[in-house]
Design a protein around this ligand. Structure first.
Ligand code: PFF
Length: 449
């Protein structure tokens, strides 16, 4: 469907599923649980929720506003809204983040493909007392298999993007998201039925504030950006496909709440099972690949639940990676006048090449260090904890301090046809609260303050 000669999502529900599809991903099911495990459980979740409410949702809404008002890719919108000013550097910063995140996203999503294969295999072949750590280590440190899996994942992402905004992104999200939700609920019920599952719930919901350190704040803020897909142009890009009658504040709240809810559900699916089998929650990025298979291995019907879980991860990853790739594809289509297929092929190949390095950083390239971190860890840290909050900072500065308030209000209220009573609070947040909070957390987390 076209509006102002641009493509747009077909319906309000389409906007909701596509943006939830982008937000809900590995960030909720792989990253959130292991960060929660590493950062002390409930106290981390509490800080995370505050970051989402105070900073995440206002920035999410700001990106939708910029995208819909600017009607273009995440670089062009700034040229349209602030001609002759250099704000488009926010779009450029976003491209760096997109490529970096796509590279390590493909690595982890690739692992899920291997684990789907392993789960299917174990449905048919009886394996006893597997050493799950060894299985994971053998696989993810090898050269060939993880790279093949990563390439497979990028091919799937590219195929969906080739079909375009409505047929690809919107329709796929409409099919995949309900599947994701049903699988997650089944896993939650299974996990809660295990003996001693209450310990896992306590870990998730009973905060121990002695566990809070300054890096907890930085991790929580980074996770809020990562999980809501903000700070890299994705929501700006999707915003440019949103029709003029969409209620942007409502969409922002609904999507962010759904995203938080799914992350917590993932926690409920994972931690009770972990605690029930006496495993450690602080396993790091390997949490869902080592500890969970071990849990599934001890469970009745474990292979089946394992298969469900890794399909869930793959589905979640796909609806997010398409939103990442679309940022670059739309840029190439609009700025370089490429056809969609050519733009898709070029950007997917670029992201795959970069991704090979991140994937191999667990094996052959494990000794390559950037500032004392592996390629994978530096990519994650740089994009999530530095680039995303930095872009978020400039987005709120742009809207809060440089863009006419009247235009913001018109965009939020659809030219006065809907009411948004929280407008003064929103303005206050994007002018003061969000920028100050980002700077503070940032400097503390980097050990400067
Ligand atoms: N929000 C996604 C997740 O939680 O997995 C990750 C992501 C997607 C980040 C799209 C950024 C983005 F632009």
């Amino acid at each position: 469907m076209k509006e102002n000669n641009r493509i747009s999502f077909g319906s309000k529900f389409g906007v909701y599923v596509a943006t939830v599809g982008s937000a809900v991903g590995l960030g909720n099911i792989w990253r959130f649980p292991y960060l929660t495990g590493n950062n002390g459980g409930a106290a981390f979740i509490l800080i995370y929720l505050i970051c989402v409410l105070l900073i995440g949702i206002p920035i999410f809404m700001s990106e939708l506003i910029i995208g819909r008002r600017g009607q273009g890719n995440s670089f062009r919108v700034f040229k349209n809204l602030a001609p002759e000013k250099p704000w488009y550097f926010i779009g450029i910063l976003g491209f760096f983040s997109v490529f970096i995140i796509l590279s390590f996203y493909g690595t982890i999503a690739g692992w899920t493909i291997e684990y789907i294969y392993l789960s299917v295999k174990s449905l048919f072949v009886q394996t006893q007392n597997s050493d799950y750590t060894a299985v994971f280590n053998d696989f993810h440190t090898s050269t060939f298999a993880p790279v093949v899996c990563q390439i497979l994942f990028m091919i799937m992402t590219a195929i969906i993007i080739l079909f375009g905004v409505q047929k690809g992104i919107e329709n796929c999200s409409k099919i995949l998201l309900p599947i994701l939700f049903v699988i997650l609920v089944i896993l939650c019920v299974r996990s809660l039925m295990l003996p001693n599952s209450i310990e896992g719930l306590k870990f998730l919901f009973y905060p121990d504030f002695s566990k809070i350190t300054t890096s907890v704040f930085l991790n929580a803020l980074g996770q809020a950006f990562f999980s809501l897909s903000i700070g890299m142009g994705t929501i700006i890009t999707y915003g440019s496909y949103v029709k003029k009658d969409n209620n942007l504040p409502k969409t922002s709240f609904l999507v962010s709440l759904t995203d938080m809810f799914i992350a917590i559900l993932a926690g409920v699916a994972i931690f009770p099972a972990l605690f029930s089998f006496g495993m450690s929650p602080s396993e790091g990025p390997g949490l869902v690949f080592i500890v969970l298979p071990e849990v599934f291995g001890q469970m009745v019907g474990g292979s089946f639940f394992s298969l469900l879980f890794f399909i869930l991860l793959l589905v979640a990853a796909l609806t997010s990676s398409i939103s990442l790739l679309e940022v670059v594809v739309l840029f190439l289509i609009e700025e370089c006048k490429m056809k969609r297929w050519a733009a898709t092929v070029v950007s997917a190949i670029g992201a795959t090449i970069l991704g090979v390095f991140t994937t191999l950083s667990f094996g052959p390239l494990k000794d390559v260090n950037i500032f004392g971190k592996s390629i994978f860890d530096s990519a994650d840290f740089l994009a999530t904890n530095i680039f995303l909050p930095l872009s978020g900072f400039f987005i709120v500065i742009f809207l809060g301090w440089f863009y006419p308030k009247k235009n913001i209000k018109n965009e939020i209220t659809n030219d006065g046809t809907i009411r948004f009573k929280l407008f003064p609070i929103y303005l206050f947040i994007i002018k003061f609260v969000a920028p100050i909070a980002i700077i503070f957390v940032f400097l503390r987390g980097l050990g400067i303050l």
